[in-house]
Design a protein around this ligand. Structure first.
Ligand code: ADP
Ligand code: MG
Length: 365
């Protein structure tokens, strides 16, 4: 089921007299292709949950429209939209067994959709198998681990065979290992069922690792939509560049003069076609090479060995952060000779320039 948002806006009136309204979702227009998993990504408070609530029908938009396929569902109540919802807090019924929890959404089906007890049970077992908890059907939620509870919640969302699956930070309450495992499970289930899925998270790594497409948002405004790798390789603005990637991108103040990029008074890269201007320079950690004759000189601070790679920690007065982090393949380590300075060459496709005022990307060849 393809999902289309058309100029979708949600405005919350200010609670105080002189305060301004919050536009939690600001003029969203995009199309989610059928059968894909979309990661809706942004910092806390940027409007992710509101977007999901609009899609599920729990909240009404201030303006704009939502389509599921060709159906305009904007004014449809949640129970008629055919959405499955999973939240951060799994909210299972504590007094019911796993089986009863999963069956619960089927109990209230009416008319032609009404199911017999036997049919409900079959559907519940099917959903439980999908998330691999069919061996735990008679347990109560408190007899399950956090990860198992979240699987029950996912099974419960799937049991009505939703047209669209909406997941709001579903892994946030799990510990690191379970988070990793459960996100792979979600990806597998999504591939198997081919249900169009929107996965909300503030965790860029999580979104990057499982999504077909990511939507990066900030303050209610979409910043960029694309395949995870494309967005990482071509961030449209400084916000997106900084939001994606661990360790984070390194940001410097710099300027362009005579088609050369300067950081401090060193010309570190040729940037043909760029007019003279002040810029922010963002360099991915993997964008540095250690070179004794490299054009970019930094103060050496520390070396962290991580097996396959080494991490060179350095400093520069033009850097926004205290430390620069460069990830270097360990074979390259021999080049680190001096005690107090380190010199780098820069990889062009890992260096991004942004207008110092607007934050917009400035391309170079
Ligand atoms: P996220 O899920 O990305 O953390 P939310 O969608 O929950 O963000 O919130 C987006 C913005 O809308 C925030 O500034 C939040 O304070 C505001 N907001 C959310 N719900 C309401 C509400 N019911 N009333 C007023 N403001 C709200
Ligand atoms: Mg939220």
């Amino acid at each position: 089921m393809k999902v289309v948002l058309q100029n979708l806006t949600k405005r919350f009136p200010s609670r105080s007299k002189n305060g301004s309204d919050v536009i939690a979702v600001n003029d969203f227009t995009f199309e989610i292709p059928d059968g894909k998993l979309i990661g809706l990504l942004g910092p806390s408070g940027c409007g992710k949950s509101t977007t999901l609530n609009l899609l599920s029908g729990l909240q009404k938009p201030t303006s704009g429209k939502i389509f599921f396929g060709d159906d305009d569902v904007t004014n449809l109540s949640p129970e008629h939209r055919g959405v499955g919802l999973v939240f951060q807090n799994y909210a299972l019924y504590p007094h019911m067994t796993v089986r009863q929890n999963i069956m619960f959404p089927l109990e209230n089906l009416k008319g032609a959709d009404k199911l017999t007890k036997q049919q409900m049970n079959e559907r519940a077992v099917e959903a439980a198998k999908l998330v691999q908890i069919d061996g735990l059907m008679e347990r109560k939620p408190k007899e399950l681990s956090g990860g198992q509870q979240q699987r029950v919640a996912i099974a419960r969302a799937l049991v009505k065979m939703p047209r669209v699956l909406l997941l709001d930070e579903p892994l946030s309450n799990l510990d690191a290992r379970l988070r990793l495992q459960t996100r792979e499970e979600i990806r597998r289930i999504q591939r198997e069922t081919k249900i169009t899925t929107i996965f909300v998270t503030h965790d860029q790594e999580e979104a990057m690792s499982i999504s077909d497409l990511i939507i990066v948002m900030k303050d209610g405004v979409i910043q960029q939509i694309g395949k995870p790798q494309d967005v990482y390789d071509n961030p449209i603005n400084l916000f997106v560049a900084k939001f994606l990637g661990t360790p984070p991108i390194n940001v410097f103040e710099g300027h362009v003069k005579g088609e050369k990029l300067f950081i401090g008074d060193e010309a570190v890269l040729n940037v043909p076609g760029v007019s003279d201007c002040d810029v922010n320079v963002a360099i991915r950690p993997e964008g540095f090479s250690l070179r004794n004759d490299g054009p970019f000189t930094c103060k050496f601070a520390n070396l962290e060995v991580m097996g396959r790679d080494i991490s060179v920690i350095a400093q520069h007065t033009a850097c926004e952060a205290e430390n620069i982090r460069a990830i270097i393949s360990s074979e390259n380590r021999a080049d680190l000779t001096s005690e107090d300075t380190v010199r780098f060459a820069l990889k062009r496709d890992k260096v991004f320039l942004f207008d110092r005022v607007s934050g917009n990307r400035i391309s170079f060849n």
